[in-house]
Design a protein around this ligand. Sequence first.
Ligand SMILES: Nc1ncnc2c1ncn2[C@@H]1O[C@H](COP(=O)(O)OP(=O)(O)OP(=O)(O)O)[C@@H](O)[C@H]1O
Length: 234
Amino acid sequence: MSNGDSPDSTAPLLAARDLTKAHGRTEALRGASVELRTGEILAVTGASGSGKSTLLHCLAGIVRPDAGSVTYAGQRLDQLPEKRLSELRRTDFGVVFQFGQLIPELTALDNVALPLMLAGSSRKDAQTRAGEWLERFGVRGQEALRPGELSGGQAQRTALARALVTGPKVVFADEPTGALDSLASEQVMTALVHTARDAGTAVLLITHDAQVAAYADREVRLTDGAVAPAGVTA
Ligand SMILES: Nc1ncnc2c1ncn2[C@@H]1O[C@H](COP(=O)(O)OP(=O)(O)OP(=O)(O)O)[C@@H](O)[C@H]1O
């Protein structure tokens, strides 16, 4: 169906090709390639130290690879100047880490309102939208609490609301349930998957947990800094 004049709807939204990255003498990535399509939920699994977080950092434009390319919506992320890169991270990407990394001094509401205010919304508008998002993630009645007063699950759902409130195209989630029990983990994953599906947001999800990976559309496994061929699980 595609012709030379229309954009290629089958092109991946985000693609890493042959990435290498060393931390000192440790080669964290050794020729890793991976693709993420619009709206796709992709799980990246692999043993501890296999390079999952380093891959996520390269794809999210947080770290530059030593070699290889990262292409996002047709542009080479690994070659963008830092100013453009941080702008793009703010507008198009959301991130969630294992320990939500909410700002401890701010209430749950203000943590979620902050990215909207950084993008130019007034405090009042930002707080109204933040409240709606917290409600969506089942953090109701806790808006005025600070992160230290929230349960682990509530804090992670607040972190998800913060990552999604600006309507990013991609959410990068690095072990978002790693510190949670199985019930809280299920609630966090259900909230993430429902919201991402509704909004057409792609998710790159790093996890050790097969039950968490099962929420994804597809799984790739990293072994020693490279993606194992499909079907290889060792
Ligand atoms: N900042 C750093 N400095 C030095 N070595 C690092 C750094 N970050 C990662 N590494 C090393 O690079 C390798 C890959 O690390 P990475 O965190 O990407 O793996 P991972 O698969 O995410 O591991 P885990 O599941 O344990 O979080 C490991 O050997 C790690 O020790």
